[in-house]
Ligand binder design. Structure first.
Ligand SMILES: [Zn+2]
Length: 352
């Protein structure tokens, strides 16, 4: 299935581009462009085993899940110095602003950070990136460091790192990401309990490569307030009932699901089914640089699957409602949305 925005009427494309957007599930490192990693590798005299930027870009392009993990692990080795984080965070603000994403919650792979840096030094660098980025681009981003599931033993060091950052107003919550298979939520109870006590919001990737059991674990064992992906909840009617009754938000990332084969190419994305069942869904880009996507592209993809602009806008409103933004940020974003609502010329959908 081809998701080419060129086939969409330009009025619809404009409508998405001008919509002030909210994103709740995007990874800082996965949003960092191949060129940025390449620049950092050059600066840090790191050998990526390629002869040129073009060669690196073609290696970086998504091929399959195994290759994706290989690229991710190699790319982040370029983040050798604390100031490298300042750089990628500032870049991230620029990219979000460019797409008119006015509020984001973004993951940082903390299990790698705590192995490489002293907490105060790296927090200083992150703070600098946040200050520079928000001043320059005027968008609001709250960060949620996450534990990489395969690095179970890093969990307590990660939660301590997150609590330190939280006290400094840099972070807002704790998550788990990385390979779901073989690393169930129950392994991370201790870190999540400590995080909750400290006042952190809690989220978890679940129901992506693993089934409903993983989502139940994220909810019951970890107390996750939102589920990253969760598309496989459809395999369990009781779970669907629970998620609907409690209106637990799902952070849906269509391109990521297609790229990783969670949803087969050519099939409609299950978000339609989830919405029809009454689940609280939001739209997200996950690792946009690695999947050659963007939040706007996610909207275009869904428009091409028959969604109306109003439905997408509603999911955008859902995202703000279930975000961890403080009341004054929410108010500020609501004002921008009201202005958009007044100015927009409603052009609903295309015929498919
Ligand atoms: Zn993710």
């Amino acid at each position: 299935m081809q998701f080419d925005r060129n086939n969409l009427p330009s009025a619809l494309v404009d409508q998405v581009n001008h919509m002030p957007k909210i994103e709740l599930h995007v990874h800082l490192e996965g949003a960092t462009q191949a060129q940025v990693f390449y620049n950092l590798a050059q600066k840090n005299k790191l050998d990526f085993g390629v002869k040129s930027l073009e060669e690196w870009q073609s290696f970086f392009a998504f091929k399959n899940f195994g290759h994706f993990l290989k690229v991710y692990t190699l790319a982040i080795t370029a983040l050798k110095k604390p100031e490298d984080y300042t750089y990628i965070i500032t870049e991230f603000y620029r990219q979000q602003a460019e797409q008119n994403i006015v509020y984001s919650e973004a993951f940082i792979s903390a299990s790698f950070i705590i192995q490489k840096f002293e907490t105060p030094t790296i927090l200083d660098a992150i703070e600098k990136g946040i200050q520079e980025g928000s001043e320059k681009y005027g968008v609001k981003i709250n960060f949620i460091p996450d534990i990489s599931r395969e690095l179970v033993d890093t969990q307590m060091a990660v939660v301590d790192f997150v609590i330190e950052g939280y006290k400094r107003g840099l972070f807002i919550g704790l998550g788990i990401g990385g390979p779901e298979r073989g690393f169930p939520p129950e392994l991370f109870i201790k870190a999540f309990e400590k995080g909750k006590k400290a006042g952190l919001h809690l989220v978890a990737h679940a129901g992506e490569t693993e089934g409903p059991k993983s989502i139940w674990g994220a909810l019951n064992a970890l107390g996750a307030e939102r589920i990253g992906h969760g598309v496989r909840s459809l395999e369990d009617a009781k779970l669907i009932d629970f998620l609907t009754t409690k209106q637990i938000p799902l952070e849906i990332s269509p391109s990521s699901n297609y790229a990783l084969g969670i949803v087969k190419s050519g099939e409609m994305h299950p978000i339609r089914k989830l919405l029809d069942l009454g689940l609280n869904c939001t739209i997200n880009s996950d690792d946009p640089a690695m999947f050659s996507s963007s939040l706007s592209q996610e909207y275009f993809l869904l428009l091409k699957q028959g969604f109306s602009c109003s439905e997408l806008y509603q999911m955008n409103l859902n995202a703000l409602a279930v975000s961890f933004a403080n009341p004054s940020t929410k108010l500020d974003v609501q004002k921008q949305l009201k202005t958009y609502e007044k100015e927009r010329i409603v052009f609903e959908s295309i015929d498919i």
